[in-house]
Design a protein around this ligand. Structure first.
Ligand code: ADP
Length: 391
């Protein structure tokens, strides 16, 4: 094959320096034919699918849709669907803000493809879930000129996912009460409240209490995740004294820090007074980041530094440790569901791999962003940016 291409190129080169007038006319005809073929192919592709396809001109803000927009979503041909405003006005209001954030992150990232999931309104007023995927054509300086993409209707898949998540949510909720009973009773046994235990009995009671605590943490993480995924956790910010709140969170984890020989430092910024925050989200995020910073630390001399500052983009929470760090190879997966990096192997830390997944879900539910910087054996810093108007 390669040699055939080579021969074809070579023989065309051997023809001589220029084209004759006849050859020029022929090549012009050939070009026109190729162009018409391409246009025809483009038209046929637009017609051949039941998925809605679009061609968005980013500079003009105009959109060309294929037939499926009319046949699948019920819009009449007399409706003016040719503007970006028409498109955005058909996105579900509850998805609009999230989508705006995703879009601005995407713009900053300079990616070649675009993907998002959201609800889109049909002509009868009902909403369907679409997976919107597009490829981007950019100018030489990187400015996006157009996006060509498609909407895949994923409503059924979403309904199934929702039913599954509702089931998980129900089961976790039901599991919590009996698990708490097991933990409390084993702690009572352990604490000698039900009589003196032999050394062997004490060991078993301790194991029961530790295992039930881990199970409760797992079940409550799963419950929280299912709540966010079901859209039951919607950020409800209330004016809060964040410094006090952070101090309370630090106090809560201080027994664990003492056990690990870790010092937590926090210098409240007195210019930050009352900030509008969703306290459930705030506490959960801080708790998870703090316990990780304490757990994934060196055996002695661990320091965890917490700060909460006002920045140009919003409020920034940082939790920095001087612990074991996250290996480079694990960094892209760190926010994944059930993901645990191999840095935990030597320190034998129990965990679920759900903490950071939950942090990301919750921060994004509040319209924020979370990321980290880490170096192996040096430490890790997690950054959480909450947009001022939302948190
Ligand atoms: P878990 O801690 O229950 O395993 P997380 O989702 O909270 O789950 O964290 C995922 C993984 O990320 C952890 O297993 C650990 O490998 C790594 N990790 C998280 N925080 C830190 C940290 N501060 N320092 C080093 N590794 C961390």
């Amino acid at each position: 094959m390669i040699s055939l291409v080579y021969m074809a190129t070579k023989s065309s080169r051997q023809k001589g320096p220029g084209l004759t007038r006849g050859e020029k006319a022929a090549s012009k005809d050939e070009l026109e034919k190729q162009l018409l073929d391409t246009v025809k192919r483009y038209e046929l592709i637009f017609k051949a699918t039941n998925d809605v396809l679009y061609d968005l001109d980013m500079l003009e803000g105009t959109v060309i849709w294929n037939e499926a927009l009319y046949s699948q979503y019920g819009y009449g041909k007399n409706e003016d669907v040719s503007t970006l405003e028409w498109w955005t006005s058909h996105i579900h209001p509850d998805d609009a803000l999230r989508l705006e954030h995703e879009l601005s992150n995407w713009f900053e990232g300079g990616h070649d493809t675009w993907q998002a999931e959201y609800r889109f309104r049909k002509a009868d007023g009902s909403y369907i879930y679409v997976r919107d995927r597009g490829v981007v054509h950019r100018a030489e300086d990187g400015t996006p000129l157009r996006i060509i993409g498609s909407f895949l209707d994923i409503t059924q898949q979403k309904q199934l996912d929702r039913a599954k998540t509702e089931f998980i949510s129900l089961v976790s909720h039901q599991l919590r009460t009996p698990l708490t009973v097991i933990r409390i009773n084993s702690e009572m046994l352990n604490g000698g409240l039900l009589g003196t235990l032999s050394a062997e009995q004490e060991t078993y009671a301790k194991e029961i209490s530790e295992a039930s605590s881990r199970l409760i943490k797992l079940v409550s993480d799963i419950l929280n995740i299912s709540r966010v995924e079901l859209g039951h956790i919607i950020a409800k910010p209330v004016p809060t004294n964040v410094n006090k709140r952070l101090q309370a969170c630090i106090k809560e984890v201080s027994p664990l820090a003492q056990k690990r020989g870790v010092t937590i430092t926090y210098q409240p910024d007195n210019t930050v007074k009352r900030v509008s925050v969703d306290t459930t989200i705030f506490d959960e995020v801080v708790h998870n980041l703090l316990t990780n910073a304490i757990r994934y630390t060196k055996s002695q001399g661990g320091i965890v530094d917490v700060s909460f500052l006002r920045t140009a983009e919003g409020y920034m929470l940082t939790v920095a440790d001087n612990g074991i760090g996250i290996p480079k190879s694990a960094q892209p997966n760190i926010f994944g569901r059930f993901y645990r990096a191999n840095n935990t192997a030597n320190i034998k830390e129990h965990g679920t791999g759900l903490g950071l997944y939950l942090v990301k879900l919750m921060v994004e539910a509040a319209g924020g962003k979370v990321w980290f910087e880490s170096a192996k054996e040096k430490g890790t810093t997690f950054f959480v940016l909450f947009p001022e108007e939302i948190i």
